[in-house]
Design a protein around this ligand. Sequence first.
Ligand code: NDP
Length: 252
Amino acid sequence: TGTPLAGRVAVVSGASSGIGAATAQRLAGLGAKVAVLARRKNRLDELVGSIGAAGGTAIAIPVDVTGRDAVHAAAAQVAEQLGTADLVFNNAGVQLVSGITELRLDDWQRQIDLNITGVMNVIGAFLPHLNAAADAGRPADLITTSSIAATRILEKFSIYSGTKAYISHLTRLLRVELGPRNVRVATIEPGMVDTELPSHVTDPDASRLMEGLLNEIDPLQSADVAETVAFIASVPRHVNLTEIIILPTAQA
Ligand code: NDP
């Protein structure tokens, strides 16, 4: 059918731009009700408007996921307005690459706060939803955005790569506990995707490096990644695609 996700309740973090926005749109297009989370309320409102105009259902929850209480409040709001979440796309992340001797300590901290603590806050707040959905016999998906940086050795990527390696390995460990409970655990590891991500880099050398890489090849578009996330959630309940690498064809 055209709506394989009908009846599903999805939560997407980092939904105000890039991969998260495209995925929220795609999940809604396939029939899921979607809660979109990020800090920029105006972007979320626009996204909810465009999903609604296309016949879908979405609600905006402006939240900074680095705050644990705020994420728990968001989970309560999802329960009240949409019901128990059964598809969590734990995607918010920041990439502030820089040479280590630059000692950009604030950039290190921001990446750790969002890519690790933020990711754990979302898991802590929504795992009860996923367990409840699975116990009720519904499909349940926890899908987190890692990166090929999790495994590649790239200059100036140390802190970012460390946070993504954490996510990829966490996924393997969570599967051992959650798979037997019928909660699927997955991570996507994209290569270069054309989004706002590199615009936040503060080290001018690293910034030039990122721009050069982006101009060299035909990168992935957010919609390409969204399609993959939708596929992970659409396969039969006994099938768990756990680690998916998505590369632009021309990226070495
Ligand atoms: P974007 O910068 O477009 O998206 C990042 C999203 O995270 C935005 O919606 C942003 O919204 C949100 N965000 C940032 N800080 C917070 C916060 N404190 N609380 C809640 N939300 C926050 O980049 P991408 O779409 O590329 O990034 C999405 C994910 O994909 C990231 O985890 C990134 O590491 C990963 N990735 C990206 C690749 C790429 O080449 N682009 C490659 C591999 C992985 P707001 O500012 O409104 O809060």
